[in-house]
Design a protein around this ligand. Sequence first.
Ligand code: HPA
Length: 246
Amino acid sequence: MSALAIIGGSGFTKLETLKIIRREVVHTPYGEPSAPLTHGLFNGRDVVFLPRHGTAHTIPPHKVNYRANLWALKHIGVTNIIGVAAVGGIGPDMAPGVIAIPDQIIDYTYGRDHTYFENDLSQVTHIDFTQPYSEALRQQLISAAHSANVQIVPHGVYGATQGPRLESAMEINRLDRDGCSLVGMTGMPETALARELELEYACCAVVANWAAGRGDGPITMVEIEKHIGQGMSRVVSLIADFVKLL
Ligand code: HPA
């Protein structure tokens, strides 16, 4: 049983250098998680890895079974989760290649199963979400970045959009006016569901591209994949130091 899980996003369907011990299939009351849970040793520590988009990266953001993923991790005893995510950069300090540890989030998604508190309730429950991310985990990620010598931006407002299409330039302008500095498609409901289950959760966001209208011309998958590839190797170094701090 391991207390730390990494949920990997695009470009992070497996955790390189994870010494795999076993794979565990968990069935949940909410359906099947994106993949079996992979138990392993990462830099000498127990870690569970779950690829958010499935082992073969075939589940788009709006089809991810976020409730099953978080429930399965809680069920096996996980208490801390780092959600790794590729995002677009909106703010001037969020250029492609940047790694950011967001501190706020705005939800623009719709039609996703976004709560555990809807059926068979003994009472209506409203969780506090003032600070959506675990500040303790955020600070540990920031310390790990310093010790691993990985440059990061230690803040950010994650605008969670529905996808799978990218945004229009005007949608990005609206997110900017709302205060978003990053845009991605998987931050919600993952972040809120973790809070509902009282799991410590923080996000490690890798900027893959300038958001729509912020760079030159259209956004290409080639550009996205290039920056994700470069960013993810630094995320692995950061997480390697992070697991030592937990
Ligand atoms: N928008 C939404 N999600 C993303 C982007 C983007 O520009 N880049 C990577 N994930």
